[in-house]
Design a protein around this ligand. Structure first.
Ligand SMILES: [Zn+2]
Length: 495
């Protein structure tokens, strides 16, 4: 039995997003649990589909003692403030120091965190943890599939283990794999695996085309399972998050094992497969007008709703979740049986909560982030219902997590219904509609704030999905991103 310190800080940084992440967004509950420390952390994450939860369960099953540090996450946004990073990390490290002696550390990280004062947030976090526990203690970290794996992260961690699915339904499973790797290191008395190798591509993958339910990502990820044998113990492919605009943003492969030749062959084979399929990471995009026209046409014969994925305003990639251009197009085209969600606008939700159901209110909905091209929708709305915005998720990815959208309201304008919430949260679970008595399967058109994650729960009820390019900072066409980082400028300019 070993004493394992477990904790995590998760943030995906889109430097083009309108808001930064301060301490308070890590502290509060959104679609994930609020910040928690020590024993309280074990209760908060228990049973949630998160790496930290999967890791704790597995480590306990392996007979280890858990020393809970701190766990928190914040909805993707621009940089994490220096104050938030330093304050949260100081709390985590304080518990780590006070808990000595520690035999191993397991961290639940995203891997694409950029702080106001440090570009490689996750690398810096790992470096500071390493500073406390020293070189001889194994430190294993799980990562998001969209991690930007830096050389520093590889150097500081004993092993990095990334999700293999997008939508990320294997988060807890990834935590369990990370726990197995840590257990193996402890059993062998090693701080690191003898062979570690990294590969990078000379192209970027736009996240919207990286869904693992379909090719090319589906078959590429299947290769990972086939690479594991006695000599290759860990293999990860992180597709990267280009909008972090850091030097090492983009796809990276990292492989761990005991035999140099086997490890290198596994890395080279995976890289070769990825490179041979580069051009398949693409597809048709629609602007709001085209998407609505096509959705209305398809919906006359479709068996199930046509989904308009408002990818560029996806809060899961740093979007404010409050642009209204698709809503405007649905209203102007007279779309029938259409619903839009979740638009984040705390002021609008508050107005609805202070009026009666059935009342008409004149409000300016959304468009408040100041993002170029995004305007509020000013109109008379009818209040169809309100809710506390607290409910349990029902889909596989959020797996029963307790969600808090803040006060929500169901409004109607020009025959189109709109779910309005009070926090930017990705629309990825049927419960985000059903808590207001909207059954997604009975709609003709659903416009939602998500790129790919909605597919974990809403794809099965939908007849078609149209990716929409509407104003927002989660820029889909990477050739139009105003990258500052010379390497990323170069990678996107040649295409
Ligand atoms: Zn991700």
């Amino acid at each position: 039995m070993a004493r394992i310190a477990v904790g995590g800080i998760q943030h995906e940084t889109n430097v083009f997003a309108p808001y930064k992440a301060g301490y308070e967004v890590f502290a509060r509950r959104d679609e994930w649990p609020p910040m928690s420390r020590g024993i309280q952390m074990l209760d908060e994450v228990d049973g949630v589909n998160l790496p930290v939860a999967g890791a704790i369960e597995r480590l306990k099953a392996l007979g280890h003692e858990i020393v809970p540090l701190l766990w928190c996450s914040a909805t993707p946004s621009a940089h994490v403030s220096e104050e938030a990073f330093e304050r949260i990390l100081a709390m985590m490290l304080e518990t780590l120091r006070d808990s000595a002696p520690i035999d191993g550390v397991l961290l639940d990280l995203h891997g694409a965190m950029v702080c106001a004062h440090v570009a490689d947030g996750d690398g810096e976090l790992l470096r500071r943890v390493r500073e406390v526990v020293g070189e001889t203690t194994p430190v294993v970290a799980s990562l998001d599939l969209h991690a930007n794996i830096s050389d520093q992260m590889v150097a500081e961690a004993s092993l990095l283990e990334a999700y293999r699915t997008y939508p990320h339904i294997d988060m807890a499973e990834t935590g369990a794999r990370a726990a197995d790797h840590l257990d193996l290191l402890l059993k062998k008395g090693l701080a690191r695996f003898p062979v570690i190798t990294t590969r990078r591509t000379d192209f970027l993958i736009p996240p919207v085309w990286g869904c693992t339910l379909v090719d090319p990502a589906k078959s590429i990820y299947q290769l990972l399972h086939k690479s594991i044998d006695g000599e290759v113990v860990g293999i990860s492919l992180a597709c990267g998050f280009p909008l972090s605009d850091v030097h090492e943003a983009g796809p990276a492969i990292v492989v761990y094992g005991f035999d140099e030749k086997s490890v290198n062959v596994a890395a080279d084979n995976l890289l070769a497969e990825l490179e041979s399929r580069e051009n398949e990471f693409s597809g048709r995009l629609y602007n709001a007008e085209e998407a609505v026209t096509e959705a209305i046409r398809l919906s006359t014969t479709a068996n199930g709703p046509v989904i308009l994925a408002d990818s560029q305003d996806n809060p899961g990639g740093g979007g404010p979740g409050d642009t209204t251009e698709i809503l405007r197009a649905l209203v102007s085209h007279g779309a029938k049986n259409a619903v839009v969600g979740v638009i984040s606008d705390p002021q609008a939700a508050l107005v609805a909560h202070t009026a009666e159901t059935g009342a008409k209110i004149n409000i300016s909905l959304g468009g408040k982030s100041g993002y170029p091209g995004s305007l509020p929708f000013v109109a008379e709305f009818t209040i169809l219902g309100v809710s506390s915005g607290r409910f349990r998720a029902t889909g596989p990815m959020l797996a029963g997590a307790e969600i808090d959208l803040g006060p929500t309201a169901l409004l109607e304008v020009g025959g189109v219904r709109v779910v309005v919430g009070s926090k930017p949260v990705q629309t990825m679970d049927q419960s985000m509609f059903s808590h207001l008595d909207i059954d997604p399967s009975r709609q003709k058109i659903i416009a939602l704030k998500s790129s790919v994650h909605f597919r974990n729960d809403l794809q099965e009820v939908s007849a078609a999905v149209l990716p929409v390019v509407s104003p927002g900072p989660v820029i889909v066409d990477l050739s139009t991103v105003p990258f500052q980082e010379p390497r990323l400028k170069k990678l996107t300019a040649k295409r």
